[in-house]
Design a protein around this ligand. Structure first.
Ligand code: 1CP
Length: 333
């Protein structure tokens, strides 16, 4: 059993596996080199030789306990036929949402469009660098994907009232997402993913209708992953009530963000926890980093815990700080 499965299934509190959200990416010089030669991000995600190499880069360097596939949550709208571009110093930019066109896309068309993502997984399945490690597949949560598909650009500056205006568009897009997120998950598991993580990066923007936008759609996906016999990790970033979320949605593990007070949380929580450390701590100094890591590990001494961050690692992170992080987690007694 892998260290993470040991935590998830056997509820082992003696080990602290470690991996980092967005571990395959921009803080790594070896990634930046590949990226420079591949300005089209979608094409890079569809090049299974390169995506395989990028997925393994952080494993080879740091020996993390899990590899997360190099792909993106926006590969899903791309797979259903909405245009997706990544613009330099701007982020994602999506094309018009032509619902009637997307509703005609079949399971086969979609799976064909994303074939290189599944090929990446099947190629890595028996890779010896991943021996005794998990291979994490992922999806965006329905809410977060809905936000990108309708808003077309990052909702960094919030969502306008306009966003919620067309109820039919919202409802039909949510139905479409439920269908294709499940297909994408099934394909990833069949190809070799041993865990699925659901990224709900913009869950914190939900202010009303929590059942409609957060609980019901996420529960539907979580139950589906469980029905395939694979553990599922939820990351509803920025929500105010993680306890309520876990009671309703019941993921196999919950990834907390850095605004959650872990001490208070575990009084009410009976499932394994992942993450929490503010990625900005990696921009401070070694002493502070060690102190903060140890304080998370101390809180979770008697609770199954996978060490990770409270959001993705920042591009400006120094490599040496990541070595320090791994060493500190591994040396904790
Ligand atoms: O070089 C570059 O400019 C590309 C940067 C980049 C990378 C490395 C993007 C664009 N996506 C990725 C890979 C990626 N994205 C992975 C695999 C790598 C890994 O985790 O190691 C994963 C899991 C994601 C997931 C993802 N994409 C999320 C959820 C996690 C999170 O950080 O909140 C989100 C919101 C996206 C959208 C996205 N893709 C890329 C960017 C810059 C963004 C965010 C845009 C925004 O702020 O709205």
């Amino acid at each position: 059993m892998t260290p993470i499965q040991e935590c998830l299934i056997n509820k082992n509190t003696k080990i602290n596996p470690v991996w980092l959200m967005r571990q395959a990416g921009r803080y790594l010089p070896e990634f930046r080199e590949i990226r420079k030669l591949n300005p089209d991000f979608i094409k890079l995600c569809l090049n299974h030789n390169l995506s395989e190499e990028i997925t393994l880069q952080p494993i080879k360097r740091f020996g993390f306990d899990a590899a997360i596939i190099f792909s993106d949550i926006l590969m899903l709208p791309f797979g259903i036929g909405q245009t997706v571009q990544f613009k330099k110093n701007f982020g994602p930019s999506l094309g018009i949402l032509e619902l009637d066109k997307l509703q005609k896309v079949t399971n086969n068309d979609f799976s064909e469009n994303l074939l290189p993502v599944y090929k990446l997984l099947s190629n890595l399945k028996n890779n010896k660098d991943l021996e005794n490690r998990d291979l994490i597949g992922f999806v965006g949560a329905p809410w977060t994907l809905l936000v990108y598909m309708i808003n077309k650009v990052s909702p960094k500056k919030g969502l306008s009232k306009e966003f919620f205006k067309d109820k039919i568009l919202i409802n039909e897009t949510l139905d479409l997402l439920d269908k294709f997120i499940k297909i994408h998950i099934e394909n990833q598991i069949k190809a070799g993913a041993t865990i699925i993580q659901i990224f709900d990066s913009w869950a914190g923007l939900i202010q009303n209708d929590f059942d409609k936008f957060l609980y019901n759609p996420t529960l539907s996906i979580v139950n589906y992953v469980k029905s395939l016999g694979v553990p599922v990790i939820c990351f509803p970033r920025g929500i105010s009530d993680y306890v309520k979320f876990t009671k309703i949605v019941k993921p196999s593990m919950i990834n907390i963000d850095y605004n959650v007070d872990p001490k208070n949380l575990i009084k009410f929580l009976d499932i394994p926890v992942q993450g929490g450390l503010d990625p900005k701590i990696l921009l401070s100094n070694r002493e502070n980093l060690k102190k903060q890591i140890n304080s998370y590990l101390e809180v979770f001494r008697d609770h199954p815990y996978v060490f990770n961050l409270g959001h993705g690692i920042l591009p400006e992170t120094e490599i040496d700080m990541v070595y320090e992080l791994v060493e500190t987690v591994r040396n904790y007694k």
